[in-house]
Design a protein around this ligand. Sequence first.
Ligand SMILES: [Zn+2]
Ligand SMILES: [Zn+2]
Length: 176
Amino acid sequence: MVFAHDTELALAAAAALVNTARTDPDELSTGAQLAEFARTWQWTGARDYAAELAAVRDLRPTLERFWEVDKDTAVDIVNRVLRESNALPQLVKHDQLDYHIHAVPPHAPLAERMAVEAAMAMADVIRADEFGRLQVCGAEDCQDVYIDLSKNRSRRFCSTSCGNRANVAAYRARRR
Ligand SMILES: [Zn+2]
Ligand SMILES: [Zn+2]
């Protein structure tokens, strides 16, 4: 494990959220899709997903910037998000989860919780000088972002299926 478990989960969730906008059609177009996303990424609590959809969609370009900017600019984004949401890190334990950090209360708007969790996770990445682990998929037909959590930073694709597809394409190219 490269980072703490809650950091790795938050990083994967941030990448997944960004990726919902990097496919056509957009994978976060309805409240039901947001509800499904929240379930998948373990955002607990009952919510009016239709009402929160617009704010979550608007958050995506901000998080996407982490994959586009240099480290110093990423620091500015992290600090701004934490400042604007009055983040106050607290260690908590709930449900089946062992101690992890909540920096905004559970009843805060979903977009704010998502922004702060992503920013806290990015703070870990930057402090550990691992910002280079933020990558864009190497497959020609995929724009998805990901975090390379492999030990030797050797990952080149967002998913196994993209890796397999690229390998097949390379094999075919060699045979031609
Ligand atoms: Zn929690
Ligand atoms: Zn991919």
